[in-house]
Design a protein around this ligand. Structure first.
Ligand SMILES: NC(=O)c1ccc[n+]([C@@H]2O[C@H](COP(=O)([O-])OP(=O)(O)OC[C@H]3O[C@@H](n4cnc5c(N)ncnc54)[C@H](OP(=O)(O)O)[C@@H]3O)[C@@H](O)[C@H]2O)c1
Length: 270
């Protein structure tokens, strides 16, 4: 089935990461023009420049910084004109679980700055851009996490940053239509996905065992699983009547295993 994304212009943040790179590749394969926002390392993206000549514009930006995000959209407009789709995908997660009583205020601020304020800034400048470049259709796809749905002990900074995206989703779906009459906003919540972000946890067999006990499909996602959901929501042709929705791509995940069997034995005996 055709996505109708040919010649559409997509801006995506976190483009050099595990999920982002897959999304960039798939949009390019669909014939879209992509402004790929990387943070520190454009090397992987450079390989796509030769494969898709004239279709890829790699731009560096820090999503925590408003000037940087505003410049990203100005550079995107200069390269390919109107931005039709924005994918707010950049995110960070600490590899170290820390309970709230021991969590530093610096970690809290940093995670919220990238994962929540970063999405706010990307959404703000995408929607502001629609004022300069009028058009009926527009799609904003936000990348959250199952952590925002189920919580995650040791990572309250991350789960809070991702849960906050729901507020943006439900509000912006009602705001975007004032600038773009068929404008849509949706959220994709990945579960565990094989990328550099999840590498440490997924290399730990005990951890993987705990993870798979919560997932009926008994596997973690590949970046392509998440990219397909993003492509669907980006496409006006496929998802033109879908707005304000959350698609969870997590193999049917039910929640978290909180304690091992040994840990609950005493409670069972009582
Ligand atoms: N992998 C999972 O299991 C999983 C599960 C649920 C949700 N997610 C979400 O999926 C999204 C993509 O993550 P991923 O798994 O692909 O992780 P990843 O491979 O670590 O990619 C994250 C990307 O975000 C970029 N980034 C970080 N800070 C940034 C900043 N201040 N400004 C601009 N870009 C910044 C990183 O660039 P640098 O490396 O150059 O800093 C990196 O390219 C994230 O929002 C993440 O929370 C992932």
């Amino acid at each position: 089935m055709r996505t109708g994304l040919k010649d559409k212009h997509i801006v995506i943040t976190g483009a050099s990461g595990g999920i982002g790179f897959d999304v960039v590749s798939r949009f390019l394969e669909e014939g879209a023009k992509v402004t790929a926002c990387y943070h520190s390392d454009p090397r992987g993206l450079k390989t796509l420049l030769d494969a898709f000549p004239g279709k890829l514009n790699n731009v560096s930006a820090d999503v925590q910084d408003e000037f940087s995000v505003e410049s990203l959209f100005i550079k995107a407009n200069a390269a390919f004109g109107r931005v039709d789709v924005a994918v707010a995908n950049a995110g960070i997660a600490s590899h170290e679980g820390v309970a709230i009583h021991a969590m530093s205020i610096d970690r809290w601020h940093k995670t919220l700055a990238v994962n929540l304020t970063g999405v706010f800034l990307c959404a703000k400048h995408f929607i502001a851009n629609l004022k300069m470049y009028p058009g009926d259709d527009a799609s904003l796809v936000i990348v959250g996490s199952t952590s925002g749905e189920f919580g995650e002990a040791g990572y309250c900074d991350y789960s809070t940053s991702k849960a906050g995206l729901k507020g943006l989703l439900l509000t912006l779906k009602n705001e975007i239509v004032h600038l773009s009459v068929r404008g849509r906003v949706n959220l994709v919540n990945p579960g565990w996905t094989v990328t550099p972000m999840a590498e440490v946890a997924l290399n730990d067999k005990a951890m993987v065992s705990k993870i798979l006990q919560t997932i009926p499909l008994r596997k973690v996602a590949a970046p392509a699983d998440i990219a397909h959901a993003i492509l669907y929501l980006a496409s006006d042709k496929l998802a033109g009547h879908v707005s304000g929705q959350t698609i969870t791509v997590a193999g049917g995940m039910e929640g978290r295993v909180l304690f091992s069997t040994d840990e609950v034995m005493d409670d069972i005996r009582q």
